[in-house]
Design a protein around this ligand. Sequence first.
Ligand SMILES: Cc1cc2nc3c(=O)[nH]c(=O)nc-3n(C[C@H](O)[C@H](O)[C@H](O)COP(=O)(O)O)c2cc1C
Length: 225
Amino acid sequence: MEYDDVVMGRRSIRGYQDKPVPRELIEEVLKLAMRSPTSMNTQPWHFHVITGEPLDRIRKGNTERILAGEPDSREFRRGEPFAGVHRERQVDVAKQLFGAMGIERDDKEKRQDWVLRGFRQFDAPVCVIVAYDRELSGSDDTAFDCGAVTTALVNAAWSRGLGCVINSQGIMQSPVVREHAGIPDDQVIMKAVAMGWPDEDFPANAVISNRKTVDEAARFVGFED
Ligand SMILES: Cc1cc2nc3c(=O)[nH]c(=O)nc-3n(C[C@H](O)[C@H](O)[C@H](O)COP(=O)(O)O)c2cc1C
């Protein structure tokens, strides 16, 4: 696959075939992703690649805690709730996804099902938990580096026919993930990545999210035109 095909073709995948992903393929994809640059080449990342029974226990634990109203226990800092243009973009993609899935605005049951799907890691055969070395947790570079490698991971996966969705839902109940994935205390849990073979018939998988334009995002300084 050409680079442009990977980048322009990739989109978040939230419905998967019930088909395992070979460990060797995930290792290949991780090897590609780990060519990402990091601050001073510190490579703060760790990947906990989970499938089968441990992943089912995480799905169950997440679902139970969410339904019991357990508060969010993410291990990293969050900003204020989105407002203004950021909130608009959040709503925009939600509308695209709900539209594709035929979920009406006031259909509480279907909306709840959709949310729980995220906490089940979208029923994907694999979930990769991205964590980082706790001793680097004071630096924003660490989060930057984890983001870089995770984007590289989903692109590398796409180039091999695998779909992914980076998600916070999977790590909102961090004690569940920490316990069932056996994540050591000297690592901080950053993000989850659901991974598997895309279900081509799952409507939300066809959604192409919007992007602001280069004109809106970039300024060019010192250029002649
Ligand atoms: C840091 C981060 C957290 C995300 N968390 C979630 C999530 O919890 N649930 C979800 O369905 N998608 C999640 N996403 C996926 C985004 O909604 C998606 O990447 C964005 O809408 C752009 O769409 P695309 O990936 O299809 O290009 C997350 C993505 C990132 C990078």
